[in-house]
Design a protein around this ligand. Sequence first.
Ligand SMILES: [Zn+2]
Length: 428
Amino acid sequence: MKTPLLSALALSTAVLAAACAPAIESTSAPPVAAVQEEREPVTILISIDGFRPDYLDRGLTPTLTALASEGVAASMRPSFPSKTFPNHWAEVTGYVPDHNGIVANSFTDPSRAEDKFTMATTDPFYWNGREPIWVTAEKAGIRTASMFWPGSAVAYGGEVVPNSYGKIEGGTRPQDWTAFDQAVSPTQRVNTIIDWLRRPADIRPQFLTLYFDEVDTAGHDGGPNGSEVNAAIANVDADISSLLAGLRELGQPANLVITSDHGMAEIRNSRTVELDRIVPRDAYQLVEAGPYASLNAIPGREADLEAALLRPHDRMECWRKNEIPARFEYGTSTRIPQYLCLAQVGWQIYPERREGERVGGNHGYDNAAPEMAALFIANGPAFAQAKRLPVFDNVDINPLLRELLGLPQDEALDGKLSPVAGALMASE
Ligand SMILES: [Zn+2]
């Protein structure tokens, strides 16, 4: 009995459509296109986690490659360490990780020795060091929205109420924000941006962030030359294409700033520096391990640890935190452990070598290494056309965003406008 019912529904819909059509035609209302409002450009900051600029040369990215060649493109230098959270925070605050509080993906603050910062931590205590661009914008009356960005779910400037199970008092978030959930698909993320921009002008965001993690995950799994990452690169290009289509449909001009936080280097288990062959296990506490290792001495074992670490090693160099070479701009924060060991690109530092021989990818190396380079594409009415910029630092993104949003520059930032000013139309 289903078929007749469906037919009846289809018929009644057809009748309704037919009945409505003449009524619409008979009104004097102008066609929809003619009443579409004249929209001011919005700014959309996009992060494609782990996207190396040379991925654009693989023939997999028609949309991103066109945006780059028609707009502004550069290879951007991440901050040290070339990890996800420190670099996303560097872009939006304009300060290097040593100065922005997020010194690593995982760390401990000495004033809260029992606690540990992880990538899931939203306690403003860890993030309050430097103000992100969306807070600067909100304070200036510019409405912001975040479809993910590390730190965007944090009530910046707020405080956890004691004994409240995590209730936050005060603080500023983007007016529209989303708690990070990797299961939210790239399509849902793009649709959320478009839905926000479909709103009436008085509640529509003017600055938005959008974050994709797929390319980084695939790069870790199979390395920067694996088939996994190539599939992810093609997928994210299609997502950007959907975003552009949605903007076009709305008649919404946009200044797109497309970045990544770091690149990706190929790793193998056989390329492991085994710390336990260098230092007695009972002399150190390991805070982080991988492309770099950060360590503290077990009290009383400082001399043993230093004697072992600070001599020359194959594939690795170690420093006391206050003797890290200046170009890394790293080592003054109290959140950085006592010692840093940095591996040669492609090598990793662990207590011992892992079983088997697996090829994968990782980042966290010397931020000047070509494998760690990050993506920068700018395209939109505010930007120059068909221009390539010399390499610049990712802390310069904050001053660029200030310029796009009409916010005053802050001379105290580590980031400067001058290296990226050439991206802007007015400077031509
Ligand atoms: Zn990342």
